[in-house]
Design a binder for this molecule. Structure first.
Ligand SMILES: Nc1ncnc2c1ncn2[C@@H]1O[C@H](COP(=O)(O)OP(=O)(O)OP(=O)(O)O)[C@@H](O)[C@H]1O
Ligand SMILES: [Mg+2]
Length: 132
């Protein structure tokens, strides 16, 4: 994981970790299915103006183009034991609870999910967890 160290975003900590776990879990599933020689999951953070940008990227080959537009739909899954709720939940939490968004693209070597969240520029602590 790499990126600037001292930026803060405000939100519910469990929801934030749930969201990251969903993305990393999906990357892990894809790597286990496609078995590239050197499996890799990269998590990068960056700041752009007043937004934090978190990218989760793997090298498992990406999402077939014909299903790419469905991956955020509820109950859409290509896995035998999948619920298809992971990305739908992640998107819902981000948009409805965290004023954020998520975008997907197929990168050179695999799937790339980009999460954008407003940076917290208030200094008082309102008791809601922040990240990191
Ligand atoms: N990193 C990825 N690489 C390739 N395909 C992916 C990746 N992430 C998601 N997908 C595709 O998007 C679909 C939907 O993902 P989502 O997390 O919503 O559900 P799921 O992983 O199938 O089920 P669950 O999250 O309940 O285990 C997956 O079934 C898979 O086909
Ligand atoms: Mg999933």
């Amino acid at each position: 994981m790499s990126g600037p160290e001292n930026s803060e975003i405000r939100g519910h900590q469990n929801e934030f970790s749930q969201m990251l776990l969903n993305l990393v879990g999906n990357a892990k599933d894809a790597l286990e299915e496609h078995k590239p020689e050197q499996p890799e999951i990269a998590i990068e953070t960056a700041c752009d103006g007043d937004h934090a940008i978190i990218t989760v990227r793997d090298n498992a080959g990406g999402v077939p183009p014909e299903i790419a537009e469905k991956i955020f739909d509820p109950y859409f899954t290509t896995k035998e034991k999948g619920t298809g709720i992971g990305l739908y939940m992640t998107k819902t939490i981000l948009e409805k609870h965290m004023r954020g968004s998520i975008a997907f693209r197929n990168g050179e070597r695999g799937a790339e999910f980009t999460v954008t969240l407003p940076l917290d520029n208030t200094s008082e602590d309102n008791g809601v967890g922040s990240w990191p």
